[in-house]
Write a protein that binds this ligand. Structure first.
Ligand code: NAD
Length: 441
């Protein structure tokens, strides 16, 4: 009997209480639909387009078994939501987190549609995820989960159909496993031509230079535009950063080169404060080795509540959605919230921030550097090219600056928030394409 496999569901893991409570109540997809409705009103979007965009095209749910290191079989629940492919193949990350739900993935997929349209990329919107805590499985288990999930996705993805990328809990290594799995399903004749099935891959297997830092880099380009408009000096500025994974750590690191110092950080294990400023290189290395900021020797441990009360110039939320609600928005003592994460402000939180005169660089614009460089990777894969880091950064900088100006301009014209303006610019582009193509048949 000892060797009999036992089946566990993947949902039996724990989340820090504060955010877990919020997550169960928060209807992220409704929030995104609310912004869609608002932006549609602002630009007079034809009703039939609003209706089409109000729901994803496809929602795929896969329950798949994986053999764990101890011989037991655990059942995982994975999602891929394909929101819209009018402008090109579905595009969006794969999230591994214990809070992943269909509602989150639908919201994130819709946001990818707006993001790609805003950045003028020939791509649509998608998102995926598997509900489990990647910190609680071994490297080998992580590989088997990834391969089994991507195998199960089968022909629902492909370089001209739907192109996943990293998100919370996944990285370049996971994309290498994903690509390898997909390549092994297409037959030897086509293997080399399907590298672009995922982006965010390691450079050695077809990734692009500059992709790992791209979201942080794009966020910094946006912050620079914001600072220039206000004559604000980033040299000597202070930051607080929630989430010190890919987006948070690279944003902190790149801003440190401009003279800005990170004085508080937080992640799923807790929060640290250091008025002298953290060394982002050392902290990033620590997190890469230890999977969290826990135990990092420099800095005083503080509560989540204290973190959101720290006086600083900029808050970089770079963890999850719904982190800045009413309470956090009332407590924050910053000039700018630059959204590295998707959906970090709740609508109620955002309202308070706006009333208090705190600027917000909205996710759809601010973190679009990731998908933009993913697009560059996809183009390089298609053309068998290798661009230099300078070339990638230069293109990204121009793309972020153009999008930033378009959003600011529309926000001024329509007297709406930057978030609604970012949605509106995207919707105008999508509406032009629907206008030309009409509806089949
Ligand atoms: P990551 O897995 O590299 O890092 C996530 C961070 O969030 C980690 O530090 C983790 O500890 C922290 N975190 C998780 N749960 C938390 C909790 N309950 N409280 C506080 N912190 C918590 O992920 P990432 O790729 O950096 O993504 C972060 C955010 O940025 C997500 O919202 C993601 O959708 C968004 N984003 C990522 C990219 C990208 O290219 N990776 C692009 C655009 C947007």
């Amino acid at each position: 009997m000892d060797n009999q496999p036992t089946v566990n569901t993947a949902g039996s893991v724990s989340v820090p209480p504060a955010s877990a409570e919020k997550h169960h109540k928060y209807e992220f997809f409704k929030v995104v639909q609310g912004y869609l409705d608002e932006a549609a009103g602002v630009i007079g979007l034809p009703e039939y387009i609003q209706t089409i965009l109000s729901q994803p095209k496809n929602e795929i749910i896969i329950n798949f078994p994986v053999k764990m290191d101890d011989g037991t079989i655990r059942l995982f629940k994975g999602y891929r939501v394909q929101h819209n492919n009018l402008l090109g193949p579905y595009k969006g990350g794969i999230r591994y987190h214990e809070s992943v739900s269909l509602d989150d993935v639908k919201a994130l997929a819709a946001m990818m549609t707006w993001k790609c349209a805003l950045m003028n990329l020939p791509l649509g919107g998608g998102k995926g995820g598997v509900k489990f805590d990647p910190n609680k499985v071994s490297r080998e288990e992580l590989q088997r989960i990834t391969r089994r999930f991507f195998h199960a996705l089968g022909s629902n993805i492909g370089p001209d159909t739907d192109i996943p990328a990293p998100d919370v809990g996944t990285d370049a290594k996971a994309m290498a496993w994903a690509m390898d799995t997909y390549m092994n399903t297409v037959g030897s004749l086509f293997r080399q031509s399907v590298k672009g099935v995922v982006t965010g891959k390691p450079v050695a297997v077809g990734g692009t230079l500059g992709r790992e830092k791209a979201t942080g880099q794009g966020l910094v380009y946006c912050i620079q535009e914001w600072a220039e408009e206000r004559d604000f000096q980033l040299g000597g500025a202070t930051l607080i950063v929630q989430g010190f994974g890919n987006v948070g750590s690279f944003t902190s690191l790149i801003l440190s080169r401009l003279g800005a110092s990170t004085i508080a950080v937080g992640d799923h294990t807790g929060y640290l404060y250091n008025p002298e400023g953290f060394n982002p290189h050392k902290l990033q290395d620590w997190v890469k080795k230890n999977r969290s900021i826990a135990g990092y020797p420099a800095g005083k441990s503080i509560s989540r509540e204290e973190f959101f009360k720290i006086k600083a110039d900029i808050l970089i939320p770079a963890a999850l959605e719904n982190q800045i609600g009413i309470e956090e928005a009332k407590n924050l003592q910053v000039k700018l919230v630059a959204e590295g994460a998707n959906g970090p402000c709740s609508p109620e939180g955002e309202k308070i921030l706006i009333e208090r005169g705190i600027d917000i660089l909205p996710d759809v614009l601010a973190n679009a550097g990731g998908v933009t460089v993913s697009y560059y990777e996809w183009v390089q894969n298609k053309r068998s090219e290798h661009w230099t880091l300078e070339e990638v950064d230069e293109r990204l900088e121009k793309a972020m600056q153009r999008a930033y100006r378009e959003v600011v301009e529309l926000a001024r014209q329509k007297k709406c928030s930057m978030r609604v303006a970012a949605y509106a610019v995207a919707l105008q582009r999508i509406a032009s394409a629907y206008g030309e193509r009409d509806i089949f048949p």
